[in-house]
Design a protein around this ligand. Structure first.
Ligand code: GLP
Length: 260
């Protein structure tokens, strides 16, 4: 696993966006795995900026989102469909039919999940999967105790996640209890993983994911099993890491590494 520590959120977002652009430069028809949550917003803003500056083209890109709340229609302001439209898809040139997001309103979840997995495979698999991390160490909506080989499925949200995400809803009771999410196994199948984390509320989860044991109690720790996983954090999110000097030494010695 590669750990990149940046001074602040903006710089973390820039470095992450550049890594996505690097993938698109070598493979213009890459399949991108998208994440929601507040953390990747800066990364998306930077990709939009680079697109508007003519430095990156998305016309051949296909995307797959990690997850969606069950029960929220695509036009619901808190749905991940709406989030992605608002913050990214509306501002870049990805063809509509190349955008895939789990449905929160299908009448047959098992069939839909199987279809979603099949569709990822049909498109050649995910080249780079963007990830955030929950304060309990989850990736997508793979809550503690999720199998590390799980596939796309319906998942019950933990109390911690409901509490964390309540800030986006009017009342805590409005937060959906279920979500449809790619599994940890689905995520590990991506060719490259890019996890971004910012702020002190993520410091413990980041330390557990990067330096703790691989455990289903912290599903982000499964990144340790991946051969090309990059974790980009800001100072606050890096606070619990014990091997910091080592990560910085490696990053400084890397010739092609983006510089601040
Ligand atoms: C939700 C999403 C995750 C995201 C997490 C953290 O649980 N399903 O994909 O990583 O929130 O979100 P934030 O970046 O807002 O802290």
């Amino acid at each position: 696993m590669e750990v990149i520590i940046q001074r602040d959120y903006q710089q973390m977002s820039r470095v992450a966006a550049q890594l996505v652009v690097d993938v698109l430069n070598t493979k213009p028809n890459a399949v991108l795995g998208m994440a929601t949550g507040s953390t990747p917003l800066g990364l998306y803003q930077e990709l939009v900026r680079l697109h508007q500056a003519g430095q990156v083209d998305f016309s051949r890109v296909t995307t797959f989102n990690l997850d969606e709340y069950v029960g929220l229609p695509a036009n619901h302001p808190q749905s991940y469909h709406h989030f992605m439209d608002e913050h990214f898809f509306r501002q870049v040139n990805i063809p509509r039919h190349n955008i895939n997001i789990p449905s929160g309103t299908t009448s047959n979840y098992p069939a839909f999940c199987q279809w979603y997995e099949g569709r990822i495979a049909e498109c050649g698999g995910i080249d780079v999967q963007i990830l955030g991390i929950g304060s309990d160490g989850h990736i997508a909506f793979n809550e503690p105790t999720s199998s590390l080989s799980s596939r796309t499925r319906l998942k019950t949200l933990s109390k911690q996640t409901i509490d964390d995400n309540a800030r986006f809803f009017e009342h805590r009771e409005d937060v959906p209890v279920y979500a449809i999410t790619m599994g940890v196994g689905t995520i590990l199948d991506a060719r490259k993983l890019l996890l971004v984390a910012s702020g002190k509320t993520k410091a413990k989860a980041v330390a557990q994911a990067v330096e703790g044991p691989v455990t289903s109690m912290v599903t982000a720790s499964a990144l340790q099993l991946h051969r090309d996983a990059i974790v980009i954090v800001d100072e606050e999110a890096a606070a619990g890491l014990t091997m910091r000097e080592y990560y910085e030494f490696i990053y400084a010695a890397k010739p092609a590494a983006p510089r601040t």
